[in-house]
Design a protein around this ligand. Structure first.
Ligand code: ACK
Length: 281
């Protein structure tokens, strides 16, 4: 089901990207190169070029087009259309001219000057995007690969979730059939250990993103109990029940938070979904 998203003539894309010349390259994602293009109506857009030669890649392409065409939220990237040519698939998105959060935090090209106000806004935008997927989409959608490189910023620094190639609708997933996927450092421990995939797997990844926003550091590859212990000294005891998205997001969304509180929320997001009891405070 491609919804109302339109099939765009490949020739238009080819022309709009100067035949996919390097000078139009915006970045490299896990699933393909992303180019800037100008369409006939002079709108600037981004095009992801995916090699759909394998079944897995073809499925990811169709999955992303199918899901994105159903979403409508200011914190989820908008799809403009899609195109196919030989064994290549093209997904056309709104242009996110300030690139990814990963690049802003850790990249060398742009020089990171994210002030606290902006960091908080990005945390809020991300939380709202996730809340939409988990609470408002029916069935709920699990992103499965939330990380700073999949959080993109538009010209006004609105943050939007992108890269839905691996996302699954909650009710359709079957843990025995799904390949373990995600990104080291962001994968929730219970998913890593037992393949137990729920919306809380995204909440864990969100916690890692919050820590990145707060500390400006890449996530540690694997949390040890010692890491967790040092994090938990900051955590507010009343929030240490098992995490559900609203528990974590509501205080953030209410907007009455400062950086220290966000740090605590991030710590709790991570700690509350650890398998019991090893990492519990
Ligand atoms: O950090 P970046 O510059 O921003 O590198 C990544 C790369 O492509 C892989 O995701 C960039 N990118 C992805 N989608 C878009 C988009 N819609 N607009 C602008 N840049 C994008 C992203």
């Amino acid at each position: 089901n491609k919804g109302s998203v339109s099939l765009i003539d490949y020739k238009i894309l080819e022309k709009g990207t100067n035949n996919f010349e390097d000078d139009k390259l915006l970045g490299k994602g896990g699933f393909g190169l992303v180019y800037k293009a100008v369409l006939e109506d002079e709108s600037s857009i981004a095009v992801k070029k995916l090699d759909c030669a394998t079944d897995d890649a073809q499925k990811e392409f169709e999955n992303e087009v199918g899901l994105l065409s159903k979403f409508q939220h200011p914190n989820i990237i908008s799809i403009v259309g899609y195109s196919v040519h030989e064994e290549m698939g093209f997904i056309i998105y709104e242009l996110m001219s300030n690139g990814s959060l990963e690049d802003l935090l850790h990249g060398t090209s742009r020089g990171s000057s994210l002030n606290w106000h902006l960091r908080l806004k990005i945390a809020l935008d991300t939380a709202r995007g996730l809340e939409y997927l988990h609470e408002f989409c029916k069935p709920a959608v699990i992103h499965r690969d939330l990380k700073s490189s999949n959080i993109l910023l538009d010209a006004n620094f609105n943050a939007k979730l992108s890269d839905f190639g691996l996302a699954v609708a909650d009710s359709s997933h079957n843990k025995n059939k799904l390949k373990l996927s995600g990104t080291v450092g962001y994968v929730a421990p219970e998913y890593l250990l037992d393949g137990e995939l729920t919306d809380k797997s995204d909440v864990y990844a969100f916690g890692v993103v919050l820590l990145e926003l707060l500390l400006g550091r890449r996530p540690v590859e694997k949390l040890t109990p010692a890491h967790c212990q040092s994090i938990v000294t900051w955590a507010m005891p009343q929030l240490t029940n098992r995490a559900v998205l609203p528990t974590i997001v509501d205080p953030v969304i209410r907007g009455s938070v400062d950086e220290k509180y966000l740090f605590q929320v991030a710590a709790v997001a991570i700690l509350c979904i650890q398998p019991e009891p090893s990492y519990r405070p």
